[in-house]
Ligand binder design. Structure first.
Ligand code: F6P
Length: 367
């Protein structure tokens, strides 16, 4: 047990969309705390919803044992609960209240010494705001979108890439047999990482991502040209954050009580219809949606999540709060949450990975 640590009782919550590897982080934080330092651990239920409404459970070793391979989160999550702009069930943004003082009170009354907030940009922004109110906070970055600043990669991304890759592999058979263009829409919000990496791994012929402007002329030239050259099928991978030619996003849903109300989705169907109309190649769209967030994490994500969880605990023991742990090169390091908040890590259109794809003949719809 560490003599210098003031930490004895830890709290952990998962916020935002679920993501493969969340349970692996919970397990790593709690087990490291219990085994190496003899800490007590509490789980806050449903993200910040549980912190606002004081819903916490004590976590024992058996609660975190056997969850390494489990998708989702044993603690539950919420991507609408925002302590500083809290909207009660059934309300909308105009009814928002600042209940952050209540969160601080609940944290203190529970006798917690640190709060681990595992989540994406929304969760980490709130974590930083809570840290500024005096709460000892450590962030752990998760998202299948891989768009968080301060870490080279987030856990969950590798698993989602595997799912995209498998989908593209499977769609090849229908594309080839029916001489079709199969359009595969990935998640990723405003960043193209999932479409880019999954598209390369699956051997996509066209990859469209928000960071690289495309034209329909270019997409049709590639699809039509392949058909004329005897390759009578094409695989097009498109990110949900790609805009229509006149600049609008395709919005699947608006969530009134959510801080970021827009849910993207549907550009793939639009693109398939356009290819159908503008070329002689029949086209179909497949929207992968939440399947990309489900199931057991890959070996890479299990290990990254375990490293993140352990390092987060170490930072807490050292009293280094208001930081997130991030992978930089080969090391897991602390990164100030102030540096992360409000920033996105997008694909650099000239990066080496894009160049590699272009070198093997993949089109980004801009040639
Ligand atoms: O951030 C993860 C993510 O899956 C995005 O890729 C997607 O745009 C969004 O969440 C979907 O959110 P929801 O689960 O609220 O539909």
């Amino acid at each position: 047990m560490s003599a210098k640590s003031a930490v004895k009782r830890i709290g952990v919550l998962t916020g935002g969309g679920d993501c493969p590897g969340l349970n692996a982080v919970i397990r790593a934080v709690v087990k490291t705390g219990m085994i190496e330092y003899g800490f007590e651990a509490y789980g806050i239920l449903d993200g910040y919803e549980g912190l606002v409404n004081n819903r916490m459970v004590k976590l024992e070793n058996e609660d975190v044992s056997g969850i390494l391979t489990l998708g989702g989160t044993i603690l539950g999550t919420s991507n609408t609960a925002h302590p500083f702009e809290y909207v009660a069930e059934g309300g909308d943004a105009e009814d928002a209240q600042d209940l952050s003082d209540r969160c601080v009170e609940n944290f203190r009354n529970a006798g917690l010494d640190v709060l681990f907030c595992i989540g994406g940009d929304g969760t980490l922004n709130i974590a930083h705001q809570l840290a500024q109110k005096g709460l000892p906070i450590i962030g752990v970055p998760k998202t299948i979108d891989n768009d968080l600043y301060g870490t080279d990669v987030t856990f969950g991304f590798d698993t989602a890439v595997q799912i995209v890759t498998e989908a593209v592999d499977r769609l090849h058979t229908t594309a080839m047999s029916h001489h079709r263009a199969m359009v595969v829409e990935t998640m990723g919000r405003y960043a193209g990482w999932l479409a880019l990496v999954g598209g390369i791994a699956g051997g996509g012929d066209v990859i469209l991502i928000p960071e690289i402007p495309y034209t329909m002329e270019s997409v049709c030239r590639v699809v039509g040209g392949r058909s004329k050259r005897g390759k009578r099928f094409s695989i097009v991978v498109i990110s949900e954050g790609v805009r229509l030619p006149h600049g609008d996003y395709v919005v699947r849903q608006r969530v009134a009580e959510s801080h970021d109300q827009i849910r993207l989705g549907g550009i793939g169907v639009w693109l398939a219809n356009e290819i159908d109309a503008l070329t002689s190649v029949e086209s179909r769209a497949v929207v992968l949606g939440h399947i990309q967030r489900g199931g057991t994490p890959t070996a890479y994500d299990r290990v990254l999540a375990t490293r993140f969880g352990r390092e987060a605990l170490v930072e807490a023991v050292e009293g280094n709060f208001d930081v997130m742990v991030g992978l930089q090169g080969t090391e897991v390091v602390p990164v100030p949450l102030a540096e992360v908040a409000g920033r996105q890590r997008l694909v650099d259109p000239d990066c080496e990975i894009v160049r590699a794809a272009r070198s093997v003949g993949t089109s980004f719809g801009d040639d």
